[in-house]
Write a protein that binds this ligand. Structure first.
Ligand code: MF3
Ligand code: CO
Length: 265
C-alpha cells in the first residue's frame, strides 16, 4: 500500500486521538508503583482509554490479549500483562499504547523507572527519548524518510547502545500500521520523500548491549538476546510544511522542554 496524505478532517481526528493518548501515558506512568502487577497496570490503562471514549487498538490485534504492551527490563516490546508479573523498585517498564478515536489511530510508547533506578537505566531511558528527537529533527517536508532513521541510529550508536533492527516504526492513520516502514537504522536507499499530511509512528527501541533480540514462546514478548535492559520511546507525528507536529505529547511535556523544535533540519 502506498503512503497516504491525510485530509484536514483526518488530521483533526488524529490530533484528538494523540492528545488523549498523551494524557493516558502521563497518568498511567504516574500510577505505576512497586508491587503492582502488569495486569493491574493494563487494567488501569484500559479504563483510562475507555473513559475518553476511545478504543484500545492493541486489544485483540492479531490476537494480542491486552490494551497496553508492558515490557519490563530486558523485555523490548510486546510484553503481555500478567497477574504473575509484579514490578519492583529499580525496574524499568515500557508502556506501549494505541488508541482509536472516531476511527483514527494514535500510537505512543514511554519507558518509566519504578522508584529509584540505576544510573545506567536512567541514562538508557533518557537517551532513547533523545534518539527519537534527534531523528525527528529531519521530519520535514522535502527530506527523505531514512534521514530520520539514520539520525536515530547515529545518536544511539555514538553512545554505545544497541539499536533494534527486527522491529520498525510505521505510517499510521485509519489503520494502526500503514506504509511506510520506518527503520531505526540506515538503509541502502534514502526512503520516500516526506510530504505534508503524512502521519508517522517513529519508535526507537534501544538496548543497553547487543542489537539482537529474540521472541519468547508466548509468540509476542521480544527480549534482548543478552538479557540486558531495553527502552522504547514512540510518538505519532504529523509532517507539515514546517516543523513536525508531535501529536502524542502533552503540553506539560512540551513545557518541560523535552523538545526543541528550533533544531529541525
Ligand atoms: N505498538 C506496536 C507498534 O508499534 C504495536 C503493538 S501491536 C500489539 O507497532 F498487538 F502488540 F499490541
Ligand atoms: Co508503533
Amino acid at each position: 500500500m502506498s503512503v497516504t496524505i491525510k485530509s484536514a478532517r483526518e488530521i483533526e481526528l488524529m490530533r484528538a486521538a494523540g492528545k488523549i493518548l498523551a494524557k493516558v501515558h502521563q497518568d498511567l506512568g504516574k500510577a505505576i508503583k512497586p508491587g503492582m502487577t502488569t495486569f493491574e497496570i493494563d487494567q488501569i490503562g484500559e479504563e483510562m482509554i475507555l473513559s475518553y471514549g476511545c478504543i484500545p487498538s492493541f486489544k485483540n490485534y492479531r490476537g494480542y490479549p491486552a490494551s497496553v504492551c508492558i515490557s519490563v527490563n530486558n523485555e523490548v516490546v510486546h510484553g503481555i500483562p500478567s497477574k504473575k508479573r509484579t514490578v519492583k523498585e529499580g525496574d524499568i517498564v515500557s508502556l506501549d499504547i494505541g488508541v482509536i478515536y472516531k476511527g483514527y489511530h494514535s500510537d505512543a510508547a514511554r519507558t518509566h523507572g519504578v522508584g529509584e533506578i540505576s544510573k545506567n537505566a536512567a541514562d538508557l531511558i533518557r537517551h532513547t527519548r533523545e534518539s527519537f528527537f534527534a531523528g525527528i529533527q529531519y521530519a520535514m517536508a522535502g527530506n527523505h524518510l531514512h534521514q530520520i532513521s539514520g539520525a536515530v541510529y547515529d545518536y544511539a550508536k555514538k553512545r554505545g547502545y544497541g539499536v533494534v533492527r527486527d522491529l520498525v516504526g510505521h505510517g499510521i492513520g485509519a489503520n494502526l500500521h500503514e506504509a511506510p516502514e520506518i527503520p531505526n537504522f540506515r538503509k541502502l536507499n534514502r526512503g520516500i520523500r516526506l510530504r505534508p499530511g503524512m502521519t508517522l509512528a517513529v519508535e526507537p527501541m534501544i538496548n543497553e548491549g547487543t542489537d539482537n533480540v529474540e521472541w519468547l514462546d508466548d509468540g509476542w514478548t521480544v527480549v534482548t538476546q543478552d538479557g540486558r535492559l531495553s527502552a522504547h520511546y514512540e510518538n505519532t507525528i504529523l509532517i507539515t510544511k514546517g516543523r513536525p507536529e508531535i501529536l502524542s505529547i502533552t503540553e506539560d511535556e512540551v513545557a518541560a522542554g523535552i523538545w526543541n523544535p528550533e533544531g529541525c533540519i
